[in-house]
Design a protein around this ligand. Sequence first.
Ligand SMILES: Cc1cc2nc3c(=O)[nH]c(=O)nc-3n(C[C@H](O)[C@H](O)[C@H](O)COP(=O)(O)O)c2cc1C
Length: 292
Amino acid sequence: MTHPNETTQPITDIIRQRFSCRSYLEEPIPAEKRRQLQDFIGALPNGPFGSRPSFFLVAADREDSHALKDLGTYGFIRGATGFIIGITDTGEKNLEDYGYQMEQIILEATRLGLGTCWLGGSFTRSSFARKINAANDALIPAVTSIGEIANVTEARNGLLRRQINADQRLPWEQLFFDQNFAAPLTRQTAGEYVIPLEMLRIGPSASNKQPWRVLKDGHRWHFYLQRTKGYRENSLTRFLGVADMQRLDLGIAMCHFELTARELGLPGKWLSAEPAIVKPDELTEYTVSWAE
Ligand SMILES: Cc1cc2nc3c(=O)[nH]c(=O)nc-3n(C[C@H](O)[C@H](O)[C@H](O)COP(=O)(O)O)c2cc1C
């Protein structure tokens, strides 16, 4: 995660420091920070499912804040001086990989002291697609606004963050399970994985819906997406080409969990091997497992 010349800041601190910043200073990101971010993007390995989205850091235009509203994003973004825009392929679990990689870039930006906000909408054929000369059918599942934070206290306490209870997260018992979905996982049973799970829990998600569920099964941690009813069924959003944002959320959860586990020296790898465990409802889908 870190540049060799930087003092290392624990990933747990960076994850705690991140929040969705919607108000930025109207001055460009300093060249040195831009360079570090570009280098980081250039050095990103493939996502855990093997896809390789391309990400671009671009400067913002005056009209962008207004354009965002028409593209189906929520919350007004003030003064962002840049955007990170990515294109993904059509591979299976491409959106999870996109979420995972974009979140890595966001955490690096956070380490550099920059503010960021995930923005989900229909970016295909938008002014954002034109900024990166994307082909007409290029898949841009979401973009991230980026810039120097106007005022940390004010940005953290902004109206939208209060309205959507952005600092609130579901309680541990509703997210993490022990061998079956009827048994909540205790912190004691989670052992050293308490911290990776806690870092997952404080991560960002579209509309703060927190659709991630994790089930411990011996030395395997199964990740599931529990869809929010009505969130994706809206045919208008599909028609407009808005990506399946809850799948991006799962990629973000994987990123926070894995980076924290690695920092704690907990070895493991991602496997696609759905266990024969009964899912709580038809809204719940298996995504991936972390094998210790
Ligand atoms: C995939 C995704 C899409 C999002 N889209 C938007 C958006 O369009 N507009 C916005 O203001 N925030 C957006 N957010 C930010 C969430 O609202 C935010 O992460 C959540 O409310 C938790 O707050 P926090 O990030 O400040 O911790 C998005 C987040 C994710 C992960």
